[in-house]
Design a protein. Sequence first.
Lengths: 268, 383
Amino acid sequence: MIIPEEHDIAIRIRGLVNAFGDQVVHDGIDLDVKRGEILGVVGGSGTGKSVLMRSIIGLQKPVSGDIEVFGQDMTGGSENDAEALDIRRRWGVLFQAGALFSTLTVAENIQVPLREFYPGLDPALRDEIASYKVTLVGLPAEAGPKYPAELSGGMRKRAGLARALSLDPALLFLDEPTAGLDPIGAAAFDELILDLRDTLGLTVFLITHDLDTLHAICDRIAVLADKKIVAVGTIDELTHLDQPWIQEYFNGPRGRAAIDSAARSGQD
Amino acid sequence: MNRGADFTYEPGDGKAIIRFSGRLTLARMGDLPQRLASLGGYDHEGDAHDDEKIASVSVIDLNEVERVDTVGAWIIHRIKRDYGARIEGGKPDVVKLLNEIEKADQKVQIHPDTNNTFTEMLATAGHATRAAGASVIGMVGFFGAMMVGIGGIIRNPRRFRLNAVVQRFEVVGINALAIIGLMSFLIGIVIAQQGATQLEQFGMEVFTINLVGRSSMRELGVLMTAIMVAGRSGSAFAAQLGTMKLTEEIDAMRTIGVSPIEALVLPRVLATTIMMPLLGFYAGVMAVIGGMIFVWAGLDIPPITYLQRIREVVPMTDVMIGLIKAPVFGFIIGLTGCYQGMQVEANAEEVGLRTTSAVVQGIFMVIVLDAIFAVFFTGLGWK
């Protein structure tokens, strides 16, 4: 369901500068995320990947620069503007640790955005929506009435994803979705995101350290280094670039292993 | 090209058709679910409707549909499932989405199980009783663990963490001076003012000095300080240790071989135990000063006379009583704060609950002990 509408670009960032006090994290970032693509963002620890995501979704006020989401300027105005609220219901965010509301069950967590944005929705339909969302992200039915504290880390991530998908967003932000998962669980999660993208036509902004995830599902990869986006492209394009950090990242021992395993799974 | 969700129903014997059109998405759904429900089949309240009802649906026509999200797909799937209808038309991605949703059709419980109110009430009472019992036993156990910790330190004094203790002194004692001083000063004024009003009726305003001096040195100074320390430090202990427990810091300490009792609990309990008599005495003095200001301004008794009277009417035993009670109160407050903090297990909400119990239990036990002390000291003849 990738229907190119007015624009082809979901997120447009121009000249973004972020700083904490004197410490400059981003110094002029330009980045476009196309509609319907899965964009992976990589970078060493502390290069501000999460800060970049937080500034797009409005949790971090940038020093300067422009951010547009679906053609809507996100940097000016307060977070309760009608327009900003309208954008908010078109994205879903999965935080690193899930960030589920600990006093609500998994199913109730999924219903929170529905209650917030569509208070008139029939309660029975709302329950049904929560039910299929639980199943859609691969959680067992028993997980619905459980509290987040009773779930394993992997299940919590899935529950967080279900909540992020609650409003059927067009844009999904994932902050290290596979970190802390076992390889089988991580592979299943990759599969799930790819599947959801293909069926729901999502645009995905994905922060990750997981080389296998990059190989498996990302259409393009943006590399964050030296306070800038130093390169954007497919893995093939990036591996041929002459940039020391990128070379080390993709051609280091772990990078090679990931390329091998991707090649092997391609043959199967 | 941007229409909301809509549908038409064409009844027919064996070939009734529902034609959906527009955007079947959550944002454009409008009242479509209600209108479908009013046609029958999805009435969750069980009311009978007089409108025309869908007797059967054999075809669902999706040719006019522009977009579908999972909610739209779910509504289509529901009709298909309930009437055994056939899907006609629809773009390939819509069909794909329908297949995905069909796979996800599963009843999931939303809320945790709840029993009926009466059994629930009995169960709550039972749980509360058991928790109260467990708390008493746990406290005794915790007290024991602390004594073992103290024993260990006496045998091996180099393990004593002087820095941690002194740092706690500052947090519990020094940083509380301003607020406790102001509180006691104001209480001294209030007692003097209220006392003077009553005693005036008998022409015995001068006894206001006895009232202020004795009540603040013997009872109020220490008691109010204990309440303030429980609120400031007891709660902080519970919240700090509880958060450390959640972030596995305490487990990390154990694996490194550091005893959390020695490193965390003892310095805190020691700090409240030692700081309480100092703060309590200081509070008593501040209350006396507050009384002095009022007596000077309101009753025209000069400070020098006031202090002279205080020396005559406040017996040394009153000061002793305050100083004996204070460390016991401090110990109890530190112990409950640390104990409740160490009991945190599941989530952030529990940190809040445990912090509350630390303060409530701490103050409650202080007041119970104060009553026992009052009877005890009177029995000793320290009137």
